[in-house]
Design a protein around this ligand. Structure first.
Ligand code: AQP
Length: 330
């Protein structure tokens, strides 16, 4: 079986963009691939975090993975900091990555622009190398991610190719899996920006998986719309296109069926229907999140970490041998 690896950060709240761009595809792919789904808490600390909140969010995110349909009997679910090999391989790959490559990463450039560059952590700069380690440790074939991670994934491929060229075949070179629809869900408040958990200004534009019905209704009601009244898919009308994409993905109706459903209707109806569909979709997920007790979660994460560690250890050993990093311990 080929392998997939993916992860999300336990920061802020998981939103519909994370679900439609990534988690939904993990669920769909987990039966075809040997699957590793990680809660990437080491990525989270590249920006300042409150330790208590980070710990709580780590467990909440694990509950969300399980509640959206990740099956721990067939997929490996684990917390990144439980598998020390992620950080050790990062050091090794840091020596293959190039400063110029990291400086070109748009996520870093955006953040550096927002904060002053000297206040951005070295870890934030190095984030894509940690991500490359995550992926390469599991000899991953396919990485299902949203579009914002495409550039980081290309870097992971470049690092793998360079390492294999310089030190002999060590890593599988991964392929991205970026969905045709839903790879970039936009903010409801500003459809020129992606739905994002760290963008505080756009909280109103972000439907969280744990939002209650009132919040969902309020956010859709206030969603920005375009000029023009016709409700149909049109990439040049970003706001309406985004709303219809969400509706299409959550209902499973084809684009033609969605357009037929809204034919002759107005934005108010679209927003109401979207809120109804979203509330109906979120309710069972939220119930499952509440239903997973601590002991069960601990057992799943422990089992996941053990399984992940065994594979990570073998890959790291191979990488160290490829480099000539041999000491007294085998
Ligand atoms: N708006 C989005 N549309 C589609 N997919 C998205 N993803 C994120 N935003 C969207 C995908 O969700 C997965 C997990 O994301 P992450 O936790 O690594 O965070 P991120 O990519 O940095 O984006 P977030 O969640 O909005 O956080 P911030 O605000 O920190 O940038 C990834 O596969 C991602 O592509």
């Amino acid at each position: 079986m080929k392998r997939i690896f993916s992860g999300a950060q336990p920061t802020g709240n998981v939103h519909l963009g994370n679900y439609l761009g990534a988690l939904r595809n993990w669920v769909a792919l987990q039966r075809e691939y040997e699957s590793f789904f990680c809660i990437v808490n080491l990525h989270a600390i590249t920006l300042p975090q409150d330790p208590k909140i980070l710990a709580a969010k780590t467990r909440e995110l694990a509950r969300i993975y399980l509640s959206v349909g990740i099956d721990p009997n067939i997929s490996t679910v684990f917390v990144q900091s439980d598998v020390a090999e992620h950080t050790e391989l990062t050091w090794i790959l840091n020596c293959s990555a190039r400063m110029g490559e990291l400086e070109r990463m748009t996520q870093f450039k955006d953040k550096a622009r927002k904060q002053q560059e000297e206040n951005v952590s070295v870890g934030y700069f190095d984030y894509p190398v940690l991500m490359a380690s995550d992926i390469l440790l599991y000899q991953t074939n396919l990485v299902p991610v949203g579009e914002d991670q495409k550039q980081h994934l290309e870097l992971a491929r470049d690092i793998a190719i360079r390492f294999n060229r310089d030190y002999g075949q060590t890593f599988v070179v991964p392929e991205p899996f970026i969905p045709k629809v839903g790879a970039r869900i936009m903010s409801l408040a500003d459809p020129t920006k992606k739905m994002s958990k760290s963008d505080e200004e756009s909280e109103a534009g972000c439907i969280m998986l744990l939002d209650d019905a009132d919040a969902v209704r309020r956010k859709f009601k206030r969603a920005v719309t375009d000029s023009g009244t016709e409700i149909r898919f049109d990439e040049s009308r970003r706001a309406i296109n985004n709303l219809l994409t969400i509706y299409h993905l959550l209902t499973g109706k084809s684009a033609a069926e969605v357009e037929a459903h809204f034919s002759g209707k107005g934005y108010a109806r679209l927003k109401e229907d979207l809120a109804d569909v979203t509330i109906g979709f979120l309710k069972p997920i939220q119930e499952r999140v509440r239903g997973i007790d601590d002991d069960k979660l601990d057992a799943i994460l422990k089992q996941g970490a053990e399984k992940a560690e065994a594979i990570a250890r073998a890959t790291l050993k191979h990488a160290k041998e490829s480099l000539g990093l041999v000491g007294a311990r085998k």
